[in-house]
Design a protein around this ligand. Structure first.
Ligand SMILES: O=C(O)CCC(=O)C(=O)O
Ligand SMILES: [Mn+2]
Length: 207
């Protein structure tokens, strides 16, 4: 295991000014060289696939690649797509353990998203699937291209935008998913690729 992959001097969280939410941002979770290296490794090393979801009765390809890793019992579904996790890779496990030490939260799965260019995106949503529980903590790492991460309040017109830097960590907790949606908008400018890792805890199913 490499000792020097993660910087420690600048690893502080700032709270983002969103009411009825708990969102914390660390711009230098991983230093920029290590983030670029990890981007390269994950882009070739993860089992990426382009899934389709059902939208208004039609199967539509989602505008990004995804891969789902985690503990064997961390079953997850969204938009009619059922995902069985692949076994943790060393890199993903190392990032998970580092985030767990920083946040004092445990995670049992990660959804990896690969935005290949500016045309790849993620629509407005909340991470509010029942298997995440009512107040989920979601820890999100950005590697590669900076992309704008947008928040939109559900019950009024408030919005908030933060450009997520390569090597950054964004943690959404508390009531964030209840009051806010988030998304990554498409861009027409030519953009490089971005890999995002969203660590989650899937609760054991009640059945
Ligand atoms: O790419 C991102 O930063 C967001 C990903 C996301 O919201 C999700 O996977 O639910
Ligand atoms: Mn999300």
């Amino acid at each position: 295991m490499q000792q020097d992959l993660f910087s420690s001097s600048t690893r502080t969280f700032e709270s983002l000014p969103l009411a009825d939410a708990d969102v914390r941002y660390m711009s230098h979770f991983i230093d920029s060289d290590a983030a670029a290296q990890l981007y390269q490794k994950l882009s070739t090393g993860l089992a990426w696939r382009q899934d389709s979801i059902k939208l208004f009765g039609r199967q539509v390809k989602i505008p990004r690649l995804q891969a789902w890793y985690g503990d064997a019992d961390a079953q997850y579904s969204y938009s009619g797509l059922h995902m069985t996790p692949m076994a943790w890779t060393d890199d993903l496990l190392r990032v998970k353990q580092d985030i767990e030490a920083l946040t004092q939260c445990q995670f049992n799965s990660v959804l990896a998203n690969w935005y290949r260019d500016g045309q790849d995106s993620m629509g407005w949503h909340s991470d509010n699937e029942p298997e995440l529980g009512p107040y989920p903590t979601i820890a999100s790492v950005t590697l590669g291209q900076v992309r704008d991460f947008d928040f939109k309040r559900k019950d009024n017109a408030q919005t908030y935008r933060i450009p997520l830097q390569s090597g950054s960590l964004l943690v959404m907790a508390g009531a964030t998913q209840r009051y806010w949606q988030h998304g990554i908008t498409k861009r027409t400018a030519p953009l490089m690729g971005r890999i995002n890792l969203t660590f989650r805890t899937i609760l054991a199913s009640a059945t």
